[in-house]
Design a protein around this ligand. Structure first.
Ligand code: ADP
Length: 411
């Protein structure tokens, strides 16, 4: 067998890579006995017959341990160890010196050069095997630790990149949200102004159209040819409808215009009573019965809270079923809010429209079956939002509807 040949005797330990052990001795027979003693470890044994040859191997490979004969021609074991220690790549490899002498000077020199142990010839195979096994194990654990540290370092560098990316995206997103909010606020204000101006300015010409259409109807009813009477009727009806729409739109756009000066401690009991008295004729005509629990006082705009109750009561009566309307109003404390509800026994609302009905000009019934403009609930939502609350409906078709809203509880 050539001295530089690497060989292994045992199968590779499961799941672990083989470690390399460098055996350096100028006597081939010694190498053979070392090889025989260490074969059972199942690691790769690399042999060198001189210090020079050993250094060549160390240029190409990493070793778990080096067994180094002290007495060799040309370059002895100590000189070889010095060169091994001088190279960063091989500085940490444990060196076991093989020597025939128990010479103190030798020992000191060896330990100075970083020897981890001395083995005295004649070598006892069991002692050699167990010592080398310890160093191989140490080296294997070290390699594993290094691998794990590497993996961790790599992971951290990834993580860092991901974090940077998230931070970059977040900054972009925040800027976009800010931009969009400003845009929305601008367009909201513009819309508000537009709604106000449009509804305000449209009122006059509309009134004129309506008055002249009514005049036409009065003076010429039955005196004109063909469908003229019918046409005049359409004009009158639609002008009136248009007036309602414009009036409600104006109302809607005015809600936010009322300043905070109108906010004061307001009794919801009183707001409800006012709403009931405002729609007295409708209640009487429909036979509606209205009951309520004690209601709280809140910080709010009394006129708008009355309007809120009024719109909801009118709806409960308008969208009644065959039975006379029965409406019940409750309030309860819920953390730092009040939860107020208006429950009716009317036709109910398909849950798929529960959110839509709060939109501007949203109606569920065909136009000809509803006199409403579809602004009632949009106005309610605007009032509740202005009072820092939320409003929603819980209902099912044919099951009546319960409108809920929240209002902050303030001291
Ligand atoms: P309007 O009553 O003028 O049509 P609203 O905004 O007040 O407009 O209501 C929107 C729609 O929601 C109504 O057209 C109606 O279909 C439905 N709705 C509102 N309140 C009730 C209720 N209490 N019961 C059943 N449906 C309702």
């Amino acid at each position: 067998m050539s001295a530089a040949q690497s060989m292994s005797m045992d199968p590779e330990p499961a799941g672990e890579s083989r470690m390399k052990i460098l055996l350096v001795d100028d006597t081939p027979e010694n190498l053979v006995s070392l090889e025989a003693a260490l074969g059972g470890l199942g690691e790769d044994l690399v042999m060198a017959q001189s210090g020079k040859e050993a250094l060549r191997h160390l240029l190409n490979d990493d070793f778990a341990a080096i067994l180094l004969d002290v007495r060799m021609p040309e370059m002895d074991g100590f000189e070889t160890a010095e060169l091994i220690r001088s190279r960063p790549r091989s500085r940490q490899i444990p060196i076991l010196f093989l020597t025939g002498y128990r010479n103190e000077e030798h020992l000191f020199r060896g330990y100075d050069l970083g020897a981890v142990d001395f083995l005295f010839k004649p070598i006892v195979p069991e002692v050699l095997r167990s010592k080398v096994a310890v160093f191989v194990e140490l080296s294997r654990s070290n390699a594993k630790l290094r691998q794990q540290a590497d993996a961790l370092r790599k992971q951290a560098a990834e993580l860092q990149r991901a974090e940077q990316e998230v931070r970059r995206l977040n900054t972009g997103l925040e800027a976009r949200v800010l931009e969009r909010t400003e845009e929305l606020m601008r367009s909201n204000e513009e819309l508000q102004q537009f709604a106000y101006i449009a509804s305000h300015d449209l009122r006059e010409p509309l009134r004129t159209v309506s008055i002249y259409a009514q005049l036409l109807a009065k003076r010429y009813q039955g005196k004109l040819e063909g469908d003229a009477d019918q046409f005049i009727k359409f004009i009158v009806q639609n002008a009136e409808r248009m007036e309602t729409l414009v009036h409600d739109l104006l109302d809607f756009s005015r809600i936010d215009v009322r300043g905070m000066d109108f906010f004061a401690r307001t009794s919801c009991d009183k707001a409800l009573d006012d709403a009931i008295s405002n729609i007295g004729p409708l209640i009487a005509e429909s036979g509606a019965s209205i009951s309520h629990d004690p209601l709280p006082s809140v910080m709010g705009d009394a006129v708008q809270l009355t309007r809120l109750f009024q719109n909801l009561l009118v709806n409960s009566i308008k969208y009644r079923d065959a039975d006379a309307p029965r409406i019940h109003i409750t309030a309860k404390e819920n953390g730092d809010e009040y939860l107020i509800s208006v429950k009716d026994n009317g036709i109910g609302i398909d849950p798929q429209y529960a959110e839509k009905i709060f939109g501007i000009f949203r109606v569920l019934q065909p136009r000809d079956r509803s006199s409403g403009s579809g602004m009632g609930l949009a106005i309610c939502r605007k009032i509740v939002t202005r009072h820092s609350g939320r409003i929603w409906v819980e209902s099912a078709l044919g099951q009546g509807a319960t409108f809920y809203w929240t209002m902050p509880r303030t001291a």
